[in-house]
Design a protein around this ligand. Structure first.
Ligand code: GTP
Ligand code: MG
Length: 255
């Protein structure tokens, strides 16, 4: 019998985040091991990348480098998406159908989240990405639920003296997402009253990110929606050299 070769479905990682955060710079680095000049992206871009030396895919911990299975497990796809507000449908459509997506790298400019308007812009986008993941998880038809998709918040541009350290990036974003959540709920309520919708209560629940109640949002609340969120600092371009090892380590753990 004639048998076709198995389709190559490499583990895929999506690069998402606001414009100017450094997604394409990271993609370029992962592809060519060198950073090149980037321009704001207007279309998505997929490349095949190889986990750099010094990182071991979690599935290959008991294999040695050079073993074909080891080498195969180092391969993955990186998908860059445009961050401009009018071009985010590329990212959201991938989120709506995330086959083969092993994880999401949400790239953040750690200097721009120190203040407005960068903080709110970043938080609003991250809120929407997390809500999409939450809806996918809680809306799953099967009892097993869909595969979990973890999120790495890559706090980029640590070389800048205005960059916040990763723990503060985390706190700033949690605080700002709490605000986004609150104002979104209020908007829904107001529009529900306006059209007299009867199921607005249900809608509000579906659109609420994380735990209900008056408390503030914390990334830990996403665990219940199958989404672990971690923040790790790095810099793709840099004065004292490139530092993206923690991000590749996060990817390695998922390979
Ligand atoms: P969009 O395509 O518009 O969504 O943006 P992007 O996230 O792809 O940003 P891009 O990779 O094009 O980077 C934007 C700018 O930030 C470029 O000028 C990069 O050189 C710069 N940049 C990226 N990473 C770093 C970093 O770690 N440190 C510093 N100082 N600059 C960086
Ligand atoms: Mg880009």
């Amino acid at each position: 019998l004639y048998r076709k070769a198995a389709p190559t479905t490499l583990p895929t990682f999506l690069l998402i985040g606001p414009s100017g955060a450094g997604k394409t710079a990271f993609l370029t680095l992962a592809e060519r091991k060198a950073v090149a000049q980037t321009h704001t992206s207007t279309a998505p871009l997929t490349i095949q990348a190889l986990l750099p030396d010094g990182h071991t895919p979690s599935s290959s911990h008991y294999r040695s480098p050079g073993d074909p299975a080891y080498e195969r497990s180092r391969r993955f796809l990186l998908v860059d998406t445009p961050g401009h507000g009018k071009l985010r449908h590329f990212a959201t459509s991938r989120l709506a159908n995330p086959s083969n997506v092993r994880g999401i790298v949400f790239v953040v400019d750690a200097a721009s989240v120190a203040e407005e308007p960068g903080l709110n812009e970043t938080a609003a986008y991250l809120h929407d990405v997390l809500l999409a993941l939450q809806k996918r998880y809680t809306g799953a038809k099967t009892s097993k639920g869909p595969k979990e998709i973890p999120v790495l918040i890559a706090a980029n541009k640590m070389d800048l003296f205005t960059a916040l350290p990763p723990n503060l990036v985390k706190l700033q974003l949690e605080k700002a997402i709490s605000e986004v959540r609150k104002s979104k709920a209020k908007g829904l309520k107001d529009s529900g009253v306006a059209i007299g919708a009867e199921d607005d209560g249900l809608d509000e629940e579906r659109e609420w990110l994380g735990e209900g109640g008056e408390g503030s949002f914390e990334f830990g609340q996403m665990e219940e929606a199958g989404t672990g969120v971690v923040v790790k600092g790095g810099n793709v371009v840099g004065g004292n050299g490139v530092h993206v090892g923690d991000w590749f380590e996060w990817i390695a753990d998922l390979l």
